[in-house]
Design a protein around this ligand. Structure first.
Ligand SMILES: Cc1ncc(COP(=O)(O)O)c(C=O)c1O
Length: 452
């Protein structure tokens, strides 16, 4: 059985995470429930920091947590405590960090279409670095900074032209992408020159992110090679020496037992190996090396606990002639990844975790779509009221959730050493109405019973 971090099957045959029995968690906090294993998140942060420090001794390293994977105020505090920088992409994410008193100088602000308001906010709260995506943004950022008599440290997001093996919607390093400045067509060099000429921009370095959920290091190694070669080109053509090289995130995790991503240490070794080799070969100075992992820090640390409800058998034309749908009390509003990316997951009956998983079922959500969480998986025989745990939901679940069908948002608990603490409270039915406005005209029509 695939288990992560502090997950274990206890003497009662139930799944336990962070020393908390999932049946107790369901009783106390209700379902569906996101459960985050603090120890595993912290361990992943520390493994990144340690591996990069150890393997890149002569140079400085920096690990930035990619907030898009899972950002709450508590997560900001954990990242700060572990010495991680924070990658954010919106005013909402900046504000989350701000309210959590995360040190603004450690923020790296991304985005392919930052609004004037977002840039103004970033400058007003003094975020550490802005990653500029395009030529237009160089002008915009410079203008806003000049207007505030400020200067801003910046990186340029580049497109290294690498096509990684992952789902098409999470590939970002190839030439045909909305992100960054293309190296091959000369846009990147144009960007460097424009940024160097912009009086309010301190160009600190370059950035790329080739894609997400990558199960080997090939694309990262190729990207590192292209980026270092570009550093040399920049030095030769402009005399500017790139100080910071940010190679983005992307290391994959295990959603199923068959997926075997490299470990954090193997990943670091491969990527750093290429950076060091290419830097030495081209006679450059080692830049500060930045990596921005999201999924590989929080993904396996999260599980979602559901209650099983309706169970239905239907006839199908393929083998074995029938399909059993096991419906749970959540679905695509708390985990849109199966619908978006055909993402696969592993689940088991959390309160019957030591029973044989030999019942072939399809796990359905309760939304008005086909809303299938897991197609054709084997779980222990279960009944309505049993608990289903879906593993590896710590990344891009909570952060991509919606209120589709007016489902209130889930609670999230942080578990550690037998304690479970709410870090996101469960949304209420009234929360769903918080932004609804009824124009007076409709209100009076409703009360006066005017139809038509
Ligand atoms: C710029 C940037 N950095 C980092 C990440 C994090 O990637 P991952 O969660 O795959 O590590 C992303 C994800 O899309 C990204 O766009």
């Amino acid at each position: 059985m695939m288990l992560f971090g502090t997950q274990r099957i206890n003497e009662s045959g139930r799944l336990e995470i962070g020393g908390c029995d999932t049946a107790d968690l369901a009783r106390e906090f209700g379902t569906p429930l996101y459960i985050m294993d603090e120890e595993l998140m912290v361990e992943n942060c520390r493994r990144y920091v340690r591996a990069y420090k150890r393997l890149y001794q002569e140079g400085e390293t920096e690990i930035a947590f990619a907030g898009k994977a899972f950002l709450t105020m508590s997560m900001c505090i954990i990242a700060a405590r572990e010495g991680l920088s924070l990658d954010v992409v919106s005013a909402g994410e900046i504000n989350t960090a701000l309210k959590a008193e995360y040190p603004m100088e450690r923020i790296i602000f991304h985005g392919n279409n930052k609004s004037v308001e977002e840039i103004e906010l970033a400058l007003d709260v003094n975020v550490g670095r802005i990653v500029i995506d395009n030529l237009q943004e160089i002008d915009l950022l410079n203008r806003i900074a000049v207007g505030r008599s400020k200067s801003v440290d910046a990186l340029l997001r580049l497109t290294p032209g690498i096509d990684p093996h992952t789902h098409k919607l999470i590939r970002t390093g190839q030439a045909d992408t909305k992100f960054g400045l293309n190296i091959k067509d000369g846009s990147a060099m144009k960007g460097v020159k424009a940024a160097l000429a912009a009086p309010a921009i301190n160009l600190k370095g370059i950035h790329c992110h080739v894609g997400s959920q990558l199960l080997d290091t090939e694309a990262h190694e190729q990207a590192a090679e292209v980026m270092v070669a570009f550093m040399k080109e920049v030095l030769d053509e402009t005399g500017y020496e790139v100080e910071q090289l940010n190679l983005g995130g992307g290391l994959g995790i295990r959603y199923t037992e068959s997926q075997k991503p490299p470990s954090i240490e193997e990943f670091a070794e491969r990527v750093i190996g290429v950076v060091r080799r290419e830097i030495a070969r081209l006679g450059l100075r080692l830049p500060r090396l930045i990596q921005e992992p999201g999924r590989s820090i929080v993904g396996e640390a999260g599980a979602t606990l559901y209650t099983i409800g309706a169970i239905k058998e239907v006839p199908i034309t393929e083998d074995p002639g029938r399909r059993t749908y096991v419906a749970v009390d959540g679905g695509m509003s708390d985990n849109p990844r199966p619908a978006l990316y055909d993402a696969v997951y592993t689940a088991f009956v959390a309160n019957k975790a030591n029973q044989r998983a030999d019942w072939l079922v399809t796990i359905a959500g309760k939304h008005c779509e086909s809303d299938t969480l897991i197609k054709d998986t084997r779980i222990a025989r279960a009944d309505a009221g049993d608990l289903l745990a879906v593993l590896s939901t710590g990344a891009y679940n909570y952060s991509m959730a919606s209120n589709y069908n007016r489902f209130p948002s889930l609670a999230a608990v942080l578990v550690r050493g037998g304690r479970a603490e709410v870090i996101v409270r469960r949304g209420t039915l009234d929360d769903l109405l918080a932004n609804d406005v009824i124009p007076e005209r409709l209100r009076s029509a409703a009360t006066s019973g005017v139809g038509g």
